[in-house]
Unconditional design. Structure first.
Lengths: 139, 111
């Protein structure tokens, strides 16, 4: 590898802040622009930036492809599981009001949070898995 | 007094930021090759964005928006030069030759 010292140090410094921004976008999605999809893309972009700067193998050590591929169905499971949980609690599929007996508004907040978490997990896993699949071609 | 003072203070910053962006854009169009174009845009881009953000911070007053703008300011100051550095290195590794000044008497390739 060439000595891309400045890029390496800058990437190392930026990565935690990119992940923090992804979480900010994720949890701010209830009140403003943002949400699970954007947060997932930002989190995956951090992994891709790391892979571009440090090489594919270190990135695969940090985020193994098996985990990235397992995240894809896991997010769908969280999303659908929220819906099934509301059904088991005696309401319609994805009717968040049933998640909290005392206050429907709290239930809605919790439901949105869980569903967006599922979207985040799936989107981040898909983006990283697609990147690994393309970057690993011809090796 | 307190109504128009932040506005008045922020206007020079916003105007200066817009001016730097304008100069950078003109440089991007007018310069002959990669390195000089980068030279024109990188500094003015970082500095123009910084000035615009300072102007916006003065307009926003002391609030959460100012804190967010300050974080954006720091990130732009940090990432702009790094991106320029990466681009310049990539151009050098791709063996892009800078357009050099031709000696008198020969016709140059670029006007």
């Amino acid at each position: 590898m060439k000595l891309d010292l400045i890029l390496r140090v800058a990437t190392k410094l930026l990565c935690p802040f990119i992940l923090l921004f992804a979480l900010y976008v994720q949890f701010h999605g209830d009140y403003g622009p943002g949400g699970g999809f954007q947060a997932g893309v930002i989190a995956a972009a951090m992994v891709i930036l790391y892979a571009i700067t440090y090489g594919l193998e270190p990135a695969k050590r940090a985020v193994p492809p098996a985990i990235a591929q397992a995240m894809i169905p896991l997010g769908v499971l969280i999303f659908a599981g929220t819906g099934v949980a509301t059904m088991l609690l005696g309401d319609n599929f994805l009717a968040y009001n049933a998640l909290d007996h005392h206050s429907p508004v709290h239930g809605q907040h919790l439901g949105i949070l869980l569903v967006e978490l599922g979207v985040l997990v799936t989107v981040a896993g898909t983006m990283v898995a697609v990147f690994y699949a393309f970057a690993g071609r011809g090796r | 007094m307190s109504e128009w003072f932040p506005e008045l203070l922020s206007w020079p910053f916003l105007a200066a930021g817009a001016f730097f962006y304008l100069v950078g854009s003109i440089g991007l169009v007018r310069m002959p090759d990669v390195y000089t174009r980068m030279h024109a845009t990188s500094v003015s881009d970082t500095f123009g964005a910084a000035l615009l953000l300072i102007g916006m911070m003065i307009t926003a007053g002391l609030s959460l928006v100012t804190a967010k703008l300050f974080v954006i300011f720091l990130i732009i100051l940090f990432t702009g030069p790094v991106a320029t550095h990466a681009l310049a290195r990539a151009a050098r590794y791709a063996k892009v030759k800078p357009v050099l000044h031709k000696p008198e008497g020969k016709s140059s390739s670029k006007p």
